[in-house]
Ligand binder design. Structure first.
Ligand code: CMP
Length: 139
């Protein structure tokens, strides 16, 4: 069913700092079902493709470099109105502006290393979930 799914990545700095477990715990506590999960390192080509919509932005090359600098955790999360619910849980893109207690407030370092990515629409959630996970990897 479209509209009950979002895609998250826990970014390299957060994984490196040991925040993957605490972030997944917050996701569970907020009532999301984790229906797919993997720890992996993106190639340059994969990171470029994932963030293709930002390719004309000044931060694109740095973002690709950062996202390939270490392991990430990718996950499909399910809940009613998942895209919006997850964006509420993670807070504003810039951790300095993220509401207190949100994932980016608690675990973010800066606007690039902002702990997690979350899909921005139902359409992109489907595209991003397909980017990371085959049917065999979803439960
Ligand atoms: P994310 O949710 O992964 O989607 C795109 C990413 O680009 C975003 O989180 C930030 O990490 C990064 N980003 C967005 N705006 C800026 C910016 N002004 N400077 C640097 N990085 C940015």
């Amino acid at each position: 069913m479209i509209g009950n799914k979002t895609l998250t990545m826990i970014k390299p700095t957060a994984v490196e700092k040991g925040f993957a477990g605490p972030i997944l715990a917050k996701i569970n506590e907020a009532g999301f079902k984790i229906s797919a999960l993997k720890l992996m390192k993106l190639s340059k080509e994969q990171a470029e493709k994932f963030y293709e919509v930002h390719k004309d932005r000044p931060f694109y090359n740095d973002l690709v470099g950062f996202m390939t600098s270490g392991a990430i955790v990718a996950a499909i999360l399910e809940k009613e109105n998942a895209v919006e619910a997850y964006r509420q849980l993670i807070g504003a893109t810039n951790p300095d502006q993220a509401e207190k207690g949100t994932v980016r407030d608690l675990f973010g370092t800066n606007i690039q290393a902002n702990a997690v990515h979350g899909s921005d629409s139902n359409e992109n959630a489907e595209i991003e979930a397909d980017f990371f996970f085959s049917k065999l990897e979803r439960f």
